[in-house]
Write a protein that binds this ligand. Structure first.
Ligand code: DGP
Length: 176
């Protein structure tokens, strides 16, 4: 049986990732599954959700980073099994969000290389599509922008820079 393809849709907040993922899923149906990260349905995912939606919930940035990574590891085996069963898997966010959002915080010691480590060993996407805006202020006009912790224009601007650096690192094979 031919292994399915792992297709990743990455991007900044409110750039249409979920819409595009659903369109792609529709085209690939019935031979595809959509997996969205963070998966807020698990216990780890619920902690992440609390962190994102409740600004008074304090956690060290390193711990937050590891929670997001653990949330991907929780699903890693089922992704592998789906692909081996010949299903395509469409991911709405994945490892590159993990590096870009955490590195954008500018915390001492949390550079892109540090951020990459806990995700090492996760399957690499066969195709990555990155959604962005010419101007991150465009995101602000999307309904609901600002509801969650990272939805702040200056921070999104830094995340955008980090995403481009991540993709440069990928081209230079600095990311396995
Ligand atoms: P979403 O449900 O796609 O809107 O994602 C929720 C928020 O979490 C969004 O601001 C992006 C951020 N995020 C997604 N993955 C990670 C990650 O692995 N690490 C960090 N620090 N943030 C992430």
């Amino acid at each position: 049986m031919t292994r399915g393809r792992l297709i990743l849709i990455e991007g900044l907040d409110r750039t249409g990732k979920t819409t595009q993922s659903n369109i792609l899923l529709d085209k690939l149906k019935p031979n595809a599954t959509l997996i969205k990260f963070p998966d807020r349905s698990t216990e780890i995912g619920q902690l992440i959700d609390k962190y994102l939606t409740d600004r008074s919930f304090v956690l060290p940035d390193q711990a937050v980073h590891l929670l997001f990574s653990a949330n991907r590891w929780e699903v890693a085996q089922s992704i592998r099994e789906l692909l081996l069963a010949g299903k395509h898997v469409v991911l709405d966010r994945y490892v590159y969000s993990g590096i870009a959002y955490s590195a954008a915080k500018g915390v001492a010691g949390m550079d892109r290389n540090w951020c990459l480590q806990p995700d090492k060993g996760l399957l690499k996407p066969d195709l990555t599509i990155f959604l962005t805006n010419a101007n991150v202020c465009e995101n602000q006009s999307r309904q609901g922008f600002g509801d969650e912790r990272y939805e702040v224009s200056e921070f999104q601007q830094e995340v955008k820079k980090q995403f481009y650096k991540v993709f440069e690192d990928l081209e230079k094979n600095k990311i396995p």
